[in-house]
Design a binder for this molecule. Structure first.
Ligand SMILES: [Zn+2]
Length: 87
């Protein structure tokens, strides 16, 4: 009788350990897939450009483009076009 209980306990423990390992493996795999997909967008967001008027560095997405030049705001684009680079 006691042998049967021990066998049952061993079976339950092995099943529980296997389930935990399977879950850990799945989470690890999900994390790997996420980091692979996440990297290119992060790199793109970190692309910095310089304002031609005040030398401020800002993300490319936030910058105002004028031909080959980039500006931090409309005001600085106007100043640059009217007066040239700030001295
Ligand atoms: Zn500026």
């Amino acid at each position: 009788m006691s042998l049967l209980i021990i066998r049952l306990l061993v079976f339950v423990v092995l099943f529980w350990a296997g389930l935990r390992l399977y879950r850990m493996y799945r989470q690890w795999k999900l994390g790997q897939e996420h980091s692979e997909h996440g990297e290119p967008t992060e790199r793109k967001a970190q692309n910095m450009v310089r304002c031609a008027y005040c030398d401020l560095h800002l993300p490319e997405d936030d910058a105002i483009r004028h031909e080959a030049l980039t500006f931090c705001c409309n005001e600085h684009q106007q100043h640059f076009l009217e007066e040239g680079p700030r001295k």
